[in-house]
Design a protein around this ligand. Structure first.
Ligand code: NAP
Ligand code: HSE
Length: 433
C-alpha cells in the first residue's frame, strides 16, 4: 500500500475550508490511525480571484475540473461545491476514473444517489455521503453499521438547523418569523437562498436519504409529503405552550406492514419527548428498531468543522477500504420494493384552530361532525376572538387516521357558521391513554 493518499477537493467554501483545516490540523492522528499520510493535492474553485482565508493553498487552486478529476495521483475526490448538474457530472467522471468519492451534497444524493451508487459499484469505488444528513452527527453510519442488524421501524428527526433555530427563537423570545430568519442567515446556518430550508425541502431531501438507508427501499424525494414553517404564527406557538407542546419541523419515516409513510411537517411535540428539548440550530434523529428499541443521535447539524468531521471520517473509511482492497463493497443500494402507506392507514393526533360564529347550536353541530367522522376529541379550548360574536376554537383530537382528519377539515370548511380554519398540525409524543 502506498504511503500517501492524495485528495482532490471540489469546492473551498464553508465545508471545503473546514476539510482542508482538519486534514492539516489532524495530520498526525490521521496518519497514526490509518498507517499512511493523507494530503489535499488540488482544489477546484469557481473564482480564482476571490480573497480566501486559506491563502497558502493558492498554488493548489484551479478552475479547471480536469486538473482534479484526471490527476492520476489523486485517489479520493471530495465534492463540497453543491448544486446538482455539474456535481453529478464530476462525480460520475471521478468514479469512471476509478477515484473514490466523498460528498456532503444532500440535494444531489436525494435526487441521484441510487444512480451514482450504481456507477460507484460498477467501478469498484466507494461513494460515501455521511455529511449530507445531520452535519457532524454520524447518523448514516449509525444506520448502516451500528443498527444494520435490526429491523428499523421509525426514523424521526429535526434535521434542518435553520428552521429549528427559527422555531426556538419564536417560541422562547416571541420574535417574529422574519426576524428569526434574518438572525439565522446572519449566523450562517441558513442557505444563501433560505427557501429550501423554510419550505421544508432541505429536510425532505435528508429524509429521503435516511429512509432509503433505514428501510433499504428506493424512497424518492417525491414520496416525501412536505410542508414548511412559513405559515406558523406566534399565536399557535402560544396555544401550543398552554397545551404543553413545543413546535418542531419534523421529518418522519415509519414502516408498518411493509408499507412506508414519509413526511416533513411542522409538528407539536409533548414537552416530555426527547426531541422537544432539541433547541436552536442543533439536529437530532430518533431511531426506533424492533430489537434495539429507542435510540437518539444528537449534535450540530451544520457548520464548517462539524460537517468537515463527517467528510474526513468518510475519507478515512475509503482509505481503510483501500488498505483492505474492499472498495465498493460497502455502498448500500436500496433495492426492496416500495409501498407507500395510504391516508386511511396513517394514524396520528391533530391540533386544529378555527373561528366560528358564537351562537347557539354551533358546538352541537361541531360534535355531530366529529362524531360522524369517527374522531374523538382529546382537548378543546374556546376563546372570544376579539371580534363581535366570533369564537376561536382550539381542538386536539385523539389518535385518528389522516383520512378521517382530512374529512373533518372538509366538513368544517363546509359548515355555515365557520369563519375560517386558521391552522392545523400533527401532534406527537403524547402518551396514549
Ligand atoms: P459554499 O460555502 O457556497 O462553497 C461552495 C464552494 O464550491 C466554493 O468554494 C465555490 O467556489 C465552489 N464552487 C461552487 N460551484 C462551483 C463550480 N460550478 N465550479 C467550481 N467550483 C464551484 O458551500 P458550502 O456551505 O461549503 O456547502 C458545500 C456542500 O456541502 C453543499 O452541497 C451543501 O449542501 C453541503 N453541506 C453544507 C453544510 C454547511 O454547514 N455549510 C452542511 C452539510 C452539508 P468559489 O469559492 O470560487 O465561489
Ligand atoms: N441549511 C442547512 C440547515 C445546512 O439549516 O440545516 C445543513 O444541511
Amino acid at each position: 500500500m502506498q504511503k500517501q493518499v492524495f485528495i482532490g477537493l471540489l469546492g473551498l467554501g464553508v465545508v471545503g475550508s473546514g476539510v482542508v483545516k482538519m486534514i492539516e490540523n489532524h495530520r498526525e492522528e490521521l496518519s497514526q490511525k490509518l498507517g499512511c499520510d493523507v494530503a489535499v493535492k488540488r482544489v477546484l474553485v469557481r473564482d480564482m480571484n476571490k480573497q480566501r482565508h486559506l491563502a497558502m493553498h493558492s498554488p493548489m487552486l484551479t478552475s479547471n475540473p480536469d486538473d482534479v478529476l484526471n490527476d492520476p495521483e489523486i485517489d479520493i475526490i471530495v465534492e463540497v461545491m453543491g448544486g446538482i448538474d455539474e456535481a453529478r457530472h464530476y462525480i460520475r467522471q471521478a468514479l469512471q476514473n476509478k477515484k473514490h468519492v466523498v460528498t456532503a451534497n444532500k440535494d444531489l444524493i436525494a435526487l441521484h444517489g441510487q444512480e451514482l451508487l450504481e456507477v460507484a459499484n460498477n467501478n469498484r469505488c466507494d461513494l460515501f455521503y455521511e455529511a449530507s444528513v445531520g452535519g457532524g452527527i454520524p447518523v448514516l453510519r449509525g444506520l448502516t453499521d451500528g443498527l444494520i442488524s435490526d429491523r428499523i421501524q421509525e426514523v424521526m428527526g429535526i434535521i434542518n438547523g435553520t428552521t429549528n433555530y427559527i422555531l426556538t427563537k419564536m417560541d422562547e423570545d416571541s420574535i417574529s418569523f422574519d426576524k428569526a430568519l434574518a438572525d439565522a442567515q446572519q449566523l450562517g446556518f441558513a442557505e444563501a437562498d433560505p427557501t429550501a430550508d423554510i419550505e421544508g425541502l432541505d429536510a425532505a431531501r435528508k429524509m429521503a436519504i435516511l429512509a432509503r438507508l433505514a428501510f433499504s427501499t428506493n424512497v424518492e424525494l417525491s414520496d416525501v409529503e412536505t410542508c414548511g414553517i412559513t405559515n406558523i404564527s406566534l399565536k399557535d406557538l402560544e396555544y401550543g405552550k398552554q397545551l404543553g407542546y413545543v413546535m418542531k419541523l419534523i421529518g418522519l419515516a415509519k414502516k408498518e406492514n411493509e408499507s412506508i409513510e414519509i413526511s416533513v411537517q411542522p409538528t407539536f411535540f409533548a414537552k416530555e419527548h426527547p426531541l422537544a428539548g432539541v433547541k436552536n440550530e442543533y439536529n437530532a434523529v430518533y431511531i426506533k428498531g424492533e430489537a434495539v428499541g429507542e435510540t437518539m443521535f444528537y449534535g450540530p447539524g451544520a457548520g464548517s468543522m462539524p460537517t468537515a468531521t463527517a467528510v474526513v471520517s468518510d475519507v478515512m473509511a475509503a482509505v481503510k477500504n483501500m488498505l483492505l482492497e474492499i472498495n465498493g463493497k460497502s455502498n448500500l443500494i436500496a433495492n426492496l420494493d416500495k409501498k407507500i402507506t395510504p391516508a386511511d392507514q396513517r394514524f396520528g393526533q391533530y391540533y386544529v384552530r378555527f373561528y366560528v360564529k358564537d351562537k347557539a347550536g354551533v358546538f352541537a353541530r361541531l360534535s355531530q361532525l366529529f362524531h360522524d367522522a369517527e374522531i374523538s376529541i382529546e382537548r378543546i379550548i374556546q376563546r372570544p376572538a376579539g371580534k363581535d360574536h366570533i369564537a376561536e376554537v382550539i381542538l386536539v383530537t385523539h389518535e385518528t387516521s389522516l383520512k378521517n382528519f382530512q374529512t373533518i377539515l372538509q366538513k368544517l370548511a363546509e359548515m355555515d357558521s365557520l369563519e375560517s380554519i386558521q391552522s392545523h398540525y400533527r401532534v406527537e409524543g403524547v402518551k396514549k391513554q
